[in-house]
Design a binder for this molecule. Structure first.
Ligand code: NAP
Length: 474
């Protein structure tokens, strides 16, 4: 498989208005130069997607399903190459990158299966003399914007349902990690996606060109994954033309360990919930609430497990924590730790930035007071602040004390108690006695300022469909 670095518009790989380098954050070296998109290229992508839409929307669901199935098969067959690419441009360790690729491919398989299962409705009106027909139709040209932390997973989680629904798309990946997105478009091309159905542009800076696309009257839908800050801006932009929005935004997940939890299992679960993707996940456990009775044992065991992780460039043998995506992102992590320590946090392990090249930050465990500033922010890195609580009600109140509500984790020895706590926490997803629950077959998404809509599961395809009611007198 050849590395793609150009824009993809109307079924062709094309040059843009300039180029920018893509870096390997583990040593700062340049991996590739990619093309950037200006007005001309962004307009051409909208033209192509708009032209392709009517024919694509009319294709048989089985036809679209088979293309997505083929894309799944190619992606799995080429998983090692793709994982290497993800690790190179993002910094994450190769095992996480491989896990991401298989997870990402699964969205093509899941939505291939969903393509042929979109249901309508046929009903008698209550008066008996009319019929109510309900059908679902593709919305139209969709703009898909993805972040750097899961460059493959966030792209397929949008492209899969969009294509399954019969929409055509313009993908705008994060500028730090465009190579994986380009490789995925290449796979879709080889799987037989007709020209114009998928397009890829990389404008930089993103704002003005994204705004231009959203103000084009031919664009009907926006699916965004990224920070709440940018999501808020885009909701306002989308409001001008009342465009449908799906928003997968930031998280600040609480991880609650009740006093009857199995401590070793909870430590194992937290290692996964905190450290998958080096802590750069919207689902990452960020606020660790542990019952006072077990807090000392839990903290000792967790800090030991964190201190034993091997931090190294992502593709080095045995690496368990890779680099952050950039020096800028790494510095944000360091600043939050500093802020926390100034506010009284005790460093149990880590907290000292290593010298040398690469955007590395070590596994860090802090014990903090419940009012510590770090708890207000999404730490996109390997930092875990631990707070103690005294009873379930306090744990629920602390977990809910956030503007975010994406995911929460609850550990308890009693399922009923865990479910009661899970139901009281305001988040779109809750993991009980598990450190990870992302699953293409389940609805992923958040409450409060963590987003609008759901991706994956049975809901995912409906983000790209609109409901039509047809009324008939008989
Ligand atoms: P980000 O800064 O919001 O960027 C996300 C995307 O938006 C990138 O493609 C970026 O392009 C683009 N963008 C930035 N500013 C823009 C603007 N003014 N107008 C239009 N587009 C703009 O987020 P990030 O740092 O890449 O990702 C981390 C965030 O994503 C975290 O908050 C994380 O929680 C969230 N996230 C959420 C989920 C979820 O499912 N809820 C999943 C993964 C990540 P450039 O790269 O070109 O700037």
């Amino acid at each position: 498989m050849q590395l793609k670095t150009d824009l993809y518009i109307d079924g062709k790989w094309v040059k843009g208005n300039g180029s920018v380098p893509v870096y390997d954050p583990s040593d700062g070296s340049v991996i590739a130069e990619i093309q950037t998109a200006g007005e001309k290229e962004c307009d051409a992508a909208v033209d192509a997607a708009y032209r392709a839409f009517p024919d694509w929307a009319k294709t048989a669901p089985r036809y679209r399903a088979e293309i997505l199935r083929k894309a799944f098969e190619i992606m799995v067959a080429e998983a090692d190459f793709l994982a290497e690419l993800v690790s190179k441009e993002n910094g994450k360790v190769i095992t996480d990158a491989k896990g991401e690729i298989l997870y990402a491919a699964e969205f093509f398989r899941w939505f291939s299966e969903e393509t042929v299962r979109v249901q309508g409705d046929f009903r008698k009106s209550p008066s008996g003399d009319k019929r109510i027909l309900v059908t679902h139709q593709p919305i139209g040209v969709s703009l898909l914007i993805t972040p750097w932390n899961f460059p493959a997973g966030m792209a397929t989680r949008k492209i899969g349902p969009a294509l399954a629904a019969g929409c055509t798309v313009i993908l705008k990946p994060a500028i730090e990690t465009p190579l994986t997105a380009m490789a995925i478009i290449d796979i879709l091309e080889r799987a037989g996606v007709p020209k114009g159905v998928v397009n890829l542009v990389t404008p930089t800076p993103a704002g003005p060109m994204v705004s231009r696309i959203l103000h084009d009257s031919r664009v009907m839908n926006l699916s965004f994954t990224g920070s709440t800050e940018v999501g808020r801006v885009l909701i306002k932009e989308a409001a001008d033309r009342v465009i449908r929005c799906s928003m997968e935004l930031g998280g600040n997940a609480p991880f609650v360990v009740l006093d009857d939890a199995n401590i070793d299992e909870a430590v194992k679960g937290l290692m996964l919930a905190k450290m998958r993707n080096g802590g750069a996940a919207c689902t990452a456990a960020n606020r660790i609430y542990v019952h006072k009775k077990i807090a000392d044992e839990f903290t000792t065991k967790f800090a030991k497990a964190m201190s034993e992780l091997k931090m190294a460039p992502g593709r080095e043998a045995g690496a368990q924590l890779g680099a952050s995506v950039s020096i800028k992102e790494r510095d944000k992590i360091a600043q939050l730790v500093e802020l926390s320590v100034k506010g009284g946090a005790k460093v149990e392990t880590g907290g000292v930035m290593p010298e040398g090249p690469g955007a590395f930050y070590p596994p860090t465990v802090l014990t903090v007071d419940k009012s510590n500033e770090i708890l207000k922010y999404e730490v996109f890195g390997p930092v875990a602040p631990i707070v103690t609580f005294e009873n379930d009600e306090e744990a629920i109140a602390l977990a809910n004390d956030s503007d975010f509500g994406l995911i929460s984790y609850v550990y308890s020895g009693e399922l009923g108690r865990a479910i009661r706590v899970a139901e009281a926490i305001d988040s779109g997803m809750v993991a009980i006695n598990r450190g990870m629950i992302s699953d293409p077959a389940a609805p992923f998404g958040g409450n409060k300022q963590s987003g609008l809509g759901r991706e994956g599961g049975f809901d995912g395809i409906h983000e790209f469909l609109q409901t039509k009611y047809i009324g008939v007198d008989i």
